[in-house]
Write a protein that binds this ligand. Structure first.
Ligand code: UGA
Length: 435
């Protein structure tokens, strides 16, 4: 099949490369000429494990190409995916749909009859109706269909998630469009990935509901962690103990410094705004958003408290800055609020991150970036593990302690056992383990 992916950001690029790998003929389109030039030179605009190799294989095989020419690229396509950004709008927290609507108009002007236009960007309920209206406005007599097909891939594991999804959700009531979407995803349901057909609006809401539910699970276990610290319990045991109940499930129950990233913060906020606008407040999601915001600064205070409550003139090393491992993405990373809290408390902050330092330096100019975990810890009063990169899971703790001035280790991801910290001579703190 012939597919155009409009928007070569995270979702567009991963999806486009994976569709090409299925054997489809794919063109990824972007307005940013320099991004397209770099992609043509096999330079990825993002760090995602395996993506450069996947892109190269499919470009070499002639199945994947990159272009800035939207009109030329959508000609003759079976499906045109809209995968442009939907950032939070400044001021009111609603999703900014201007890129989606601009793409819809250009697509409408250029597609051939019987093309399926698919919204893959995360868009509020009702956006598909508006995309349809925009296209209908420019081409009143055209036969086309607008389908919702949300993406559930995680950064850092995106290719695996795309190729082995728990489910594929397709929102359309039109049979011929369903048939096109079955063709697009055929290799996956040969692998027995379930495909769920719903109405367009249900599909749009599924995406927000899924992210809000996962964010709720994380926030719930984070609050249990705080309670564990007060009550002398261990959150990892609590998490295991509840997660083994199939009705609850063990995933997304790791306590930490709060969720970040390009999706959960933005999508929870957009969902609650939509709900408020429709006079149906989602109070649980409101509480989740508030609790998570407060948590990030509270993690900064946790580090200050570990230093005896006074961080003035103290040197603190952060290990990990990105919102999670295996990405260079700094969007809404807990490290941002943690750094602000530490700086406000008068500390000097040093940091290391395997992939995120370039991005982080733009957002956190106050932080001194270093070349390794040990270099960050040199002369530090406290070290805090903020992101659970594999590189930090097997640190030589005695060596780390040896280069420091102080002895405080705050493990915000619980990647070490308290005994290991103590054995290396640390005054060791973690999350929800009452030590
Ligand atoms: C998330 C969803 O997991 C994907 O299904 C979805 O497609 C994506 O958003 C999206 O909407 O595009 P992602 O943001 O890449 O994916 O990362 P996650 O692995 O979900 O982690 C999000 C945040 O939650 C991170 O800050 C992570 O550290 C935190 N987290 C996750 C926890 O604190 N505890 C957990 O148990 C799991």
């Amino acid at each position: 099949m012939k597919i155009a992916m409009i928007g070569s950001g995270y979702v567009g690029l991963v999806s486009g490369a994976c569709f090409a790998d299925f054997g489809h003929d794919v063109v990824c389109v972007d307005k940013d000429q320099s991004k397209i030039d770099r992609l043509n030179a096999n330079i990825m605009p993002i760090y995602e494990p395996g993506l450069d190799a996947l892109v190269k294989t499919n470009v070499d095989a002639g199945r994947l190409s990159f272009s800035t020419d939207l009109a030329g690229s959508v000609k003759g396509c079976d499906a045109v995916f809209i995968a442009v950004g939907t950032p939070s709008r400044r001021g009111d927290g609603h999703a900014d749909l201007s890129y989606v609507y601009a793409a819809a108009k250009e697509i409408g002007e250029a597609i051939d009859p019987k093309t399926v236009v698919v919204t893959k960007s995360t868009v509020p309920v009702g956006t598909g109706d508006e995309v349809e209206r925009i296209i209908r406005d420019v081409r009143p007599d055209l036969e086309f269909e607008v389908v919702s097909n949300p993406e559930f891939l995680r950064e850092g594991a995106a290719i695996g998630d795309f190729k082995r999804p728990d489910r594929i959700v397709v929102g359309t009531d039109t049979e011929w469009a369903r048939e096109v979407m079955r063709g697009v995803y055929r290799p996956l349901f040969l692998n027995e990935s379930p495909i769920l057909f719903t109405s367009r609006r249900s599909s749009e809401l599924i995406k927000y509901a899924a992210n809000a539910f996962l964010a709720t699970k994380i926030t719930f276990i984070n609050e249990m962690a705080d309670l564990c610290e007060k009550l002398g319990a261990n959150v990892q045991d609590v998490s295991r103990g509840i997660g083994l109940d199939n009705r609850i499930g063990s995933k997304f129950l790791h306590a930490g410094p709060g969720y970040g990233g390009s999706c959960f913060p933005k999508d929870t906020l957009a969902l609650l705004k939509t709900a408020q606008d429709n006079d149906t407040p989602v109070r649980i999601v409101e509480a989740v958003v508030q609790a998570n915001d407060l948590r990030k600064r509270a993690m900064g205070r946790k580090i200050v408290n570990a230093l005896g409550g006074d961080a003035r003139g103290k040197r603190i090393a952060l290990l990990g800055l990105t919102f999670k491992p295996n990405t260079d993405d700094m969007r809404d990373a807990p490290s941002i609020a943690i750094v602000q809290t530490l700086i406000d408390a008068g500390a000097e902050v040093y940091a290391h991150d395997p992939e995120g330092m370039e991005e982080a330096a733009k957002i956190l100019p106050q932080v001194k970036m270093t070349e390794s975990a040990y270099a960050a810890a040199q002369g530090a009063d406290a070290v805090a593990i903020v992101t659970e990169w594999d590189a930090y899971r097997a640190l030589d703790l005695a060596k780390l302690k040896g280069v420091m001035k102080g002895d405080v280790l705050v493990d915000l991801r619980n990647i070490y056992r308290p005994e290991e910290g103590a054995k290396a001579g640390f005054d060791y703190y973690s999350v929800g383990r009452s030590c």
